[in-house]
Design a protein around this ligand. Structure first.
Ligand code: BTN
Length: 248
């Protein structure tokens, strides 16, 4: 019931018990002119991750898509993805979970000493617009909140598993507040991301369509691309090109 999610948030909330996919619904709302709208579901039956991957979305998770119409160029959109990852990481940490960000926008829990991790949350951003201006942006955030880890993919974990259940209404409220604050202070997004990441300083392998890049992750650019120091010099990999990143 929609009333259950009347939040004191800077976004209005459209709540569903079960939908195919909140990003798709948010997209429809965006096309109809909506803004500052959060489409939220208890369960998704057709959840999608980056690169058309399946995104397991059982009841109890936080599956939410934020519709905004920021006055930015499409090249700046990855910043909003980073902002969503920062927001999700912060609220997960408030819930007592040792969440960190794996570039570009995975929220993970480190496991062991060898740079391994389990995935807790992810972000999928979609947009429409001209080359110089965005019409609308849909930022989809999926957080494995009150879900048993054994119904999730092997490499995933949940807040329930790591720290116990959260009050989802408060959790979503805080998530939206953090995102709203960051989008108002765009200069703070990359510094906030840097503080929470485990990727910088790691030796990594990034798979991308143009081939793999291996080296030390040394920086993130203003638009959220990763700078890797390879044997042949520095390579910059944009978030959209990253098919896979793993510590090596
Ligand atoms: C990823 O890590 O690949 C991104 C996962 C994004 C999942 C969220 S859940 C809400 C929205 N609806 C979807 O189907 N995907 C995004």
């Amino acid at each position: 019931p929609a009333i259950e999610y009347e939040l004191e948030a800077p976004f209005s909330v459209e709540y569903h018990d079960s939908v195919a996919n909140t990003n798709e619904l948010a997209r429809e709302r965006a096309v109809d002119g909506a803004t500052n709208l959060a489409v939220l579901a208890d369960e998704q039956t057709g959840g999608r991750g980056r690169l058309e991957r399946e995104w397991s979305s059982p009841p109890g998770g936080v599956w939410v898509s934020l519709v905004t119409r920021p006055a930015i160029a499409p090249s700046q959109a990855p910043l909003y993805t980073l902002a969503a990852a920062v927001s999700a990481t912060r609220v997960a940490r408030e819930a007592g979970v040792d969440a960190r960000i794996k570039w570009p926008n995975d929220v993970v829990i480190p496991e062991g000493e060898d740079g391994d991790y389990r995935k807790l949350a992810g972000v999928l951003t979609e947009m429409e617009g001209e080359t110089d201006r965005i019409e609308w942006l849909v930022v989809g955030i999926g957080i494995n909140a009150n879900v048993d880890a054994d119904v999730l993919p092997e490499e995933a974990t949940s807040v329930r598993e790591e720290a116990g259940d959260v009050d989802r209404r408060r959790f979503v409220q805080r998530l939206i507040e953090e995102f709203d604050r960051l989008r108002g202070t765009v200069d703070e997004i990359v510094p906030a991301w840097r503080e929470l990441t485990l990727t910088l300083g790691q030796r990594v392998r990034v798979d991308r369509p143009a081939g793999e890049v291996v080296g030390e992750a040394v920086n993130v650019t203003e638009s959220g691309a990763l700078v890797v120091e390879t044997e042949d010099g520095r390579e910059t990999v944009s978030a959209g090109d990253c098919e896979h990143l793993r510590p090596v």
